[in-house]
Design a binder for this molecule. Structure first.
Ligand SMILES: *Cc1c(COP(=O)(O)O)cnc(C)c1O
Length: 819
């Protein structure tokens, strides 16, 4: 069945927009807010929103991709693009929201609205698993729950759907009202309320009250009094309530929790009757989410027995794409989370960010898209693969195979996953990036297992979305004209090389900086085309620097002379960066060098001074603010002298991470963002407003019973105070876990509990005191994450986060997540 579409003229009317239409019959099917994620340009309507960046800046890019329909607030574009339809509105976001609200209210489907501090996405995905045999469900893609995400989600409703499950997230006051209007939920679920994301609210109560606004017009609210009681609210929204609790009387009162294997058996009293279920999970968060789903099934009228059957079959939800190393130098992007066209678009964008291999392969299963005929669906997918420059398709499933003729690229088809696996040979995949994307029932996990290298059990997980969020945060703290140079030296502070650079390139950062030429060359070989500054350009590398178009930092007249010599055969002006020493006393020109420098650069026909910069020694520390000001004054003074002889103004920069927020008037023409990108900023109290990007995990290899007085590890440094138990984990100082953490100084977290080291740290292993705890071989041990954070670890051993991060050795596998 055809999905619901609108003509641009109809949309103009709905939005009450000032329309400038050259083709009023243009059909609109997709709403787009990011020029990089255009799926089908002809039927896309681009909303130029003013979020982190001005959306109007991306109109040229969207146009280039074939988009011809735009919602704008700046009318000058009408003159610039004469062959496009424009709808002019006062507020792009409001327009997007009112269009979705209109669309939503054309349909009378049942809707579930979910909000709360945690678990929204999991509960949504699980309800989808639990209810899809009875309903044709439309749901929010991934965790699209913001002011922008909700309208985009709701736009997905078609006439075929009879149930919508949408999540709503807020970050401050007066945000839920608009989401309530768009979703209009009949059934509401409040997952929980905790301290997380309390930023935008003055109190927990205020936050709760704002969240409850989602349910103002609901018929039924499912919630736990445990999260609500403390506030003595006079009024809870919704006509009817269904409550659950593990602590007090409720419609569903859980009275017993029992763990076995990897499962949790629950007993409960439901309206006076004893019932039970088994959840195939054992972590706290999953159990709570499972109970919420249980309550939802019961409140919808499912019997205790039917609910039990369905809950026992829940499967884990990974919402993120995973990028990891594969066989034969391949990069593997693993995405078996959902298989619909919008998530395919997201995955292909991510594939396209990866420039490290010229060849791109997609392994794709049948997609199950409601409201679209197969032929049309696979035609769109074929267009999409072409547009995203995919080289090879391996299609798995009867449906995609039937439409093989639509795909014009290198291709192969298999009826099912097993057929593919049977014909699999290792040599078919070499030096390429492979996206593995399939609907759950195709069990593509088996395929990614074949394609990935075996992972040593210590893994550094890098959250690329958090990194982008941090970048956006610093963008929001700088004026639009201020460029950003991202510091990716030392494997991007330990987080990765081309993986991070690809992400930054995709997000249109202005500059990259590395320490050594080798690092820059590696990035060039991985397809990074951004300008790259090299901070320690040794003379022996000049030739390579020039060949790879890297830009040296020039810090002395000697190095300048040597570089000028190396430029003998270069005909165009070569970009270089001048480093001024204003107080660091590390590298850079001093006052006494200035005359020589000026003589060398005056009228020089070989070089262009691309930038002049210096480095602050203590931008985060208030006690040194006087010195920072002196550095700024000195820099200004030197710059004035240099510009006077150059006759042009290079880019000026001095601010590192902490200076961006603490010294806004030092932002000049560019800032150099380092540690803030990776989640630390000594200038922000408690790293407020930036996100943790890295989690280091390892695994328990063995658990031993050790008697009182016995010793643990080398030199008998660890002594058991009582009879107890130790767990050995697979990380040691050769992995970057400092020896200074030994003998109880450091701790890791196993099953949610912090356990101290005992004995000295070994080269490849560490022993932890797990006396009295339920720990077994194979359990995960967190070395650091958001709660068990690096800042605290650094303090314990008298160092700084920079050192902890950059010490993590290359033998620790990096896995990248993106959603
Ligand atoms: C490493 C470095 C930075 C980044 O510093 P952060 O404190 O990590 O932001 C900036 N400038 C120079 C010259 C650097 O070497």
């Amino acid at each position: 069945m055809q999905s619901t579409t609108y003509t641009i003229a109809e949309i103009a009317k709905i939005l009450n927009a000032d329309a400038n239409l050259i083709n009023k019959d243009a059909i609109i099917q997709y709403l787009v807010i990011d020029s990089r994620s255009v799926l089908v340009p002809e039927s896309s309507l681009f909303f130029a929103l003013n979020a982190h960046r001005n959306g109007h800046d991306f109109i040229p890019d969207a146009y280039k991709q074939g988009v011809r329909n735009f919602v704008i607030t700046d009318i000058k574009f009408i003159e610039l693009y004469k062959d496009c339809n424009f709808l002019c509105v006062n507020d792009g976001l409001k327009a997007l929201q009112s269009l979705s609200t209109f669309h939503r209210h054309r349909f009378s489907l049942k809707t579930i609205g979910i909000t709360g501090s945690n678990g929204k996405t999991i509960v949504k995905e699980w309800l989808y698993q639990l209810l899809s045999s009875d309903f044709n469900i439309v749901r929010s893609p991934k965790s699209y729950n913001s002011q922008i995400g909700v309208p985009l989600s709701v736009w997905g409703i078609t006439a075929d759907n009879n149930l919508g499950i949408f999540e709503a997230g807020i970050s401050g006051l007066n945000e839920m009202g608009s989401l309530e209007k768009i979703i209009g939920p009949e059934i509401g679920i409040l997952t929980n309320i905790n301290e997380a994301h309390a930023e935008g609210f003055s109190s927990k109560e205020e936050k709760l009250k704002e969240k409850l606004k989602l349910f103002e017009n609901a018929e039924l609210l499912i919630y736990s009094p445990d999260y609500v009681d403390e506030f003595n609210l006079v009024h809870l929204p919704a006509k009817n309530k269904f409550t659950w609790s593990c602590m007090q009387k409720a419609d569903l009162q859980v009275i017993d929790e029992h763990f076995f294997e990897d499962k949790c058996a629950l007993k409960a009293i439901y309206h006076g009757i004893n019932i039970d279920c088994v959840l195939p999970f054992k972590d706290k968060a999953s159990i709570e989410n499972g109970i919420i789903c249980w309550a939802t099934l019961l409140s919808l009228g499912y019997t205790a027995e039917e609910s039990r059957n369905r809950l026992s079959r829940l499967s884990a939800v990974t919402m993120r794409l995973e990028l990891k190393n594969g066989i034969n130098q391949c990069s593997i992007i693993d995405d078996s989370y959902s298989a619909d066209i919008s998530s395919l678009g997201i995955a292909l964008d991510f594939l396209n960010q990866q420039n490290q291999h010229p060849k791109k392969t997609v392994i794709l299963s049948d997609l199950f898209e409601t409201g679209r005929a197969d032929e049309k669906l696979y035609t769109e997918i074929a267009d999409l693969l072409k547009q995203k420059k995919v080289h090879r398709l391996i299609g798995i499933g009867a449906h995609i195979s039937k439409f093989a003729y639509l795909f014009r690229l290198e291709k192969a088809f298999f009826v099912d996953t097993d057929a593919f696996i049977q014909s699999f040979s290792n040599g078919q995949f070499n030096h390429e990036t492979i996206l593995v994307k399939g609907a759950r029932r195709f069990e593509f996990g088996k395929i990614s297992k074949l394609l990935t290298q075996k992972i040593h059990d210590t893994v550094l997980e890098i959250d690329l979305n958090a990194m982008v969020a941090n970048l956006q945060f610093y963008r929001s703290k700088t004026e639009a004209r201020v460029k950003i140079m991202a510091m990716v030296k030392a494997f991007s502070y330990g987080s990765g090389s081309f993986e991070i650079a690809n992400l930054l390139q995709f997000h249109k950062i202005d500059y990259l900086a590395v320490a050594y030429a080798d690092e820059g060359i590696a990035l060039r070989k991985a397809g990074i085309t951004l300008p790259i500054m090299v901070m320690s350009p040794q003379e022996s590398a000049f030739e390579a620097i020039i060949t790879h178009k890297l830009e040296p930092e020039i810090y002395s007249t000697e190095i300048l002379k040597a570089f000028l010599n190396a430029l003998d055969d270069v005909t165009s002006l070569y970009p270089i960066h001048l480093k001024i020493d204003t107080g660091m006393h590390r590298l850079g020109f001093d006052d006494c060098d200035l005359n020589d420098l000026i003589n060398l650069i005056k009228n020089n026909q070989k070089i262009k001074i691309e930038s002049i910069f210096s480095h602050l020694v203590a931008s985060a520390e208030a006690e040194h603010d006087g010195f920072t000001q002196l550095q700024l004054n000195k820099f200004e003074h030197v710059v004035a002298k240099l510009i006077a002889v150059l006759g042009y103004k290079p880019i000026l920069h001095i601010a590192n991470t902490a200076a961006i927020t603490r010294w806004p008037n030092a932002q000049m023409d560019m800032v150099r963002l380092g540690i803030g990108l990776y989640g630390f900023d000594a200038g922000l109290p408690n790293n407020r407003n930036i996100q943790t990007t890295m989690v280091l995990k390892t695994t328990v290899t063995q658990v031993k019973i050790v008697k009182k007085g016995e010793t643990v590890g080398y030199s008998r440094r660890g002594v058991m105070a009582e009879d107890g138990k130790i767990a050995t984990v697979k990380i040691g100082y050769a992995d970057g876990y400092s020896r200074a953490f030994g003998n109880g100084v450091g701790a890791m977290v196993i099953n949610g509990i912090s356990v101290n080291t005992i004995g000295s740290i070994c080269m490849d292993m560490t022993m932890l005191d797990v006396t009295g705890l339920d720990v077994k071989a194979g359990d995960e041990a967190i070395v650091f994450n958001h709660d068990h954070n690096i800042a605290t670890l650094a303090k314990q051993i008298n160092t700084i986060p920079y050192e902890i991060l950059t010490n993590i050795s290359q033998r620790v596998k990096r896995v990248y997540f993106y959603d």
